[in-house]
Design a protein around this ligand. Structure first.
Ligand code: 4NP
Length: 157
């Protein structure tokens, strides 16, 4: 399965989501079966590393995201990825505005719907916030990615 994580900046939430999901897939020995990537819509951090607070909070939880580099969403991502997870309503509307078909539309869902289905609860944007804000967003991402990785393991058995 090819999975794309999306937020606005691709320097805080979606890099953490990419890193955490890859981490769980590695722990379950199924990382070779899946391709995980992340991107965003805001171009002002193009090619940059994740925000240092995102790197730090991920590191605290044993996840290294320092090698990731910011990139923008492109419509061809719909051809590459089977599932596209967004963090909030802004990202949801942005991705769906690129959709060319119902099939594209149906690939997009809120990440936290994995934890609480159909509620469209957002993972808040910690950019400009405190370490605690980053930790809070990380915890939500962690819950979702743990369940997602376990579901992928069950489906691969
Ligand atoms: P993210 O946070 O969407 O979680 O990566 C943001 C980072 C940067 C910006 C916005 C949100 N920005 O406008 O530069």
């Amino acid at each position: 399965m090819n999975i794309l994580m999306i937020c606005l900046g691709n320097i805080c939430r979606s890099p953490m989501a990419e890193g955490v999901l890859k981490h769980y897939l590695q722990n379950l020995n199924i990382d070779h079966l899946h391709h995980v990537d992340s991107c965003g819509f805001e171009p002002c951090h193009l090619g940059e590393k994740p925000h240092y607070k995102a790197i730090n909070v991920a590191q605290k939880h044993g996840v290294d995201i320092s090698n990731q580099r910011q990139r923008l969403f492109k419509v061809e991502d719909f051809d590459v990825f089977d599932k596209i997870f967004v963090m909030d309503n802004g990202n949801y509307n942005s991705v769906r505005s690129f959709a060319r078909s119902m099939e594209d539309m149906q690939k997009v869902d809120f990440l936290y719907n994995i934890v609480k289905p159909k509620q469209n609860i957002i993972v808040p944007d910690p950019w400009g916030g405190t370490e605690a804000d980053f930790e809070h967003s990380f915890e939500m991402i962690d819950q979702a990615c743990k369940i997602l990785a376990n579901n992928l393991k069950i489906n691969s058995l």
